[in-house]
Ligand binder design. Structure first.
Ligand SMILES: [Ca+2]
Ligand SMILES: [Ca+2]
Ligand SMILES: [Ca+2]
Length: 402
C-alpha cells in the first residue's frame, strides 16, 4: 500500500493488530503473495483470481491477530468461472481454510448496494509500502506489513475503456469494476479528473493506493467489503499526463481498479453455502441442539424457507438477520453475525450459518437467538415485522422461520 506518509514505520498508516482489520490476511500462492479478507461465515477468504495464475490451486493464509501469527493452508480454491485475464474481469477467487479461522479475526460482510461510486472507502493490504510522491519503495525487503488508507470510488472502470481500448486488449465489463485515482490535491495530478472528467482532489493525508502485494485486498465501505484490489495503471492523453513521475509505481496521478463485490454476491453466497459442512438437507433435519466441537468453532445452521410465489421467476427475495445473546453470550459462546440472506431464483430456502465457540461450558439452557427482519419480496404476515428463532414454528404468509 502506498500512502501519503513518507516512512512506512509511521503508525498512522498501519492496520495494527486490534485495529479492526485482523480479518485482512496475507496470502501466499506458489511464491506470489497477495492479500485477502475473511468473509462473514468464517469459512473462506475472498481474494483476486490472478494470484492463482498457471493453475495454482492452493495457498497459505496468514492471520495476524491478538492470538499471534497463524498460517492455515487452503482446503479448496475456487476461481470465478468468468475470470478473464486479459481484461481483468471477474478477477475473484474464494479460498477455503483447512482449519477454523482464529476467533480473534473479524469476519466481514459484503456490500450489497449499488451506490459505491462517489463513496469513500478504506483499503487495507500487505502490499509494498511507499509514499505518493515517490511511489513504492524499491528496496523494501522486510516482512510485509499491513497498511490502511482511504480513497473514493470515482467511476466504473468501463468508462476508461477508450484508454485501454487503444491497445486493443482491455475491456472492462460495465458494472463490475470500480476505479479510484491517487490524488495529491493538485488538479494536474487528478488522474480521473483530467482523463474522464471525474474531478476530485482527494482525501488529503489519508489518501492511498494499492501496490504489488495488495492484490486481492479489501476495499471497505463502512465495515463491508465493497471491492477487491485487482490492478493499477498509469494513463495519459496528449493533453493530460497526471502521473507525477512517468513510472509505474503506484504514485500520485495513477489509478487502481477493484472488482465490484456487489456484482458478484450471488456467486459468493452460493459458493460459500455449497461448501457448508454437515449442512441440513431438509428443514426437519436442522439441529436445534448442537454439540460443541472439540476446539475452534462449530457451525450451527438456521433454515429460512420461502414458500411464497414468484410472479417473476428471476425475483430474488431476502431477509436481514442478526444474532442476539441469550444465556449464551456473543464473543464467548458464539460469534455475533449479521447480514442479508438472499434466496436466489430456483431456490426456496437458504441457510444462515453461525459459529459456535467450542471452548466454553454451556449451561443446559444456554441459548442465543437469530432475529430475522426486513423481508424483501414477501411479507412475514400481517403486522409481523420480526421473526426470531425461538424454536417454535412461525407460519405465515409466505415465510416459515425455525
Ligand atoms: Ca482519489
Ligand atoms: Ca481524483
Ligand atoms: Ca508513477
Amino acid at each position: 500500500m502506498v500512502t501519503t506518509v513518507t516512512s512506512y514505520t509511521d503508525t498512522r498508516s498501519r492496520a495494527l493488530i486490534g485495529d479492526g482489520f485482523d480479518g485482512v490476511v496475507r496470502l501466499v500462492a506458489a511464491g506470489q503473495y497477495g492479500t485477502g479478507v475473511l468473509l462473514f461465515d468464517g469459512t473462506a477468504v475472498l481474494t483476486a483470481a490472478h494470484l492463482f495464475a498457471n493453475n495454482v490451486s492452493s495457498a497459505n493464509i496468514i492471520f495476524e491477530t491478538r492470538s499471534g501469527i497463524q498460517t492455515i493452508s487452503s482446503s479448496r480454491v475456487l476461481v470465478n468461472p468468468n475470470y478473464d485475464t486479459a481484461n481483468s474481469n471477474s478477477d475473484l477467487a474464494l479460498v477455503w481454510l483447512s482449519q477454523d479461522a482464529p476467533i480473534a479475526a473479524e469476519r466481514f460482510g459484503i456490500y450489497r448496494g449499488s451506490n459505491e461510486i462517489g463513496q469513500t472507502f478504506t483499503l487495507v493490504g500487505y502490499g509494498t509500502p511507499g509514499s505518493g510522491s515517490t511511489g513504492t519503495l524499491s528496496n523494501f525487503n522486510e516482512a510485509p506489513i499491513r497498511v490502511k488508507a482511504n480513497n473514493k470510488f470515482d467511476a466504473d472502470s468501463a468508462s476508461l475503456g477508450r484508454f485501454f481500448g487503444d491497445s486493443g486488449v482491455w475491456e472492462a465489463t460495465s458494472g463490475k469494476q470500480l476505479v479510484a485515482d491517487f490524488d495529491n490535491g493538485l488538479a494536474q495530478n487528478d488522474a480521473l479528473g483530467s482523463l474522464i472528467n471525474k474531478p476530485g482532489l482527494g482525501l488529503g493525508a489519508s489518501e492511498g493506493l494499492i501496490s504489488k502485494g495488495d492484490s486481492g485486498g479489501p476495499a471497505f465501505i463502512g465495515n463491508l467489503v465493497a471491492g477487491i484490489a485487482s490492478y493499477t495503471a498509469r494513463l495519459s492523453t496528449s493533453g493530460a499526463v497526471p502521473d507525477v513521475d512517468n513510472t509505474n509505481n503506484s504514485s500520485f496521478g495513477e489509478i487502481a481498479g477493484w472488482q465490484r463485490v456487489s456484482a458478484f454476491q450471488q456467486w459468493i453466497d452460493q459458493s460459500l453455502r455449497s461448501q457448508y459442512i454437515n449442512q441440513p438437507a431438509t428443514q426437519a433435519s436442522v439441529q436445534k441442539v448442537v454439540n460443541e466441537g472439540s476446539g475452534g468453532t462449530t457451525p450451527v445452521y438456521f433454515w429460512v424457507q420461502f414458500n411464497g410465489y414468484r410472479s417473476d421467476p428471476n425475483q430474488i427475495v431476502s431477509v436481514d438477520y442478526k444474532t442476539r445473546s441469550g444465556t449464551a453470550l456473543a464473543g464467548q459462546d458464539f460469534l455475533a453475525t449479521q447480514g442479508t440472506l438472499k434466496i436466489y431464483p430456483n431456490e426456496d430456502h437458504a441457510l444462515v450459518m453461525v459459529e459456535i465457540i467450542a471452548d466454553s461450558l454451556p449451561e443446559p439452557d444456554e441459548s442465543f437467538y437469530l432475529d430475522v427482519f426486513n423481508p424483501v419480496g414477501a411479507t412475514f404476515g400481517q403486522g409481523v415485522v420480526q421473526l426470531t428463532a425461538v424454536r417454535t414454528i412461525v407460519n405465515d404468509d409466505g415465510w416459515y422461520w425455525g
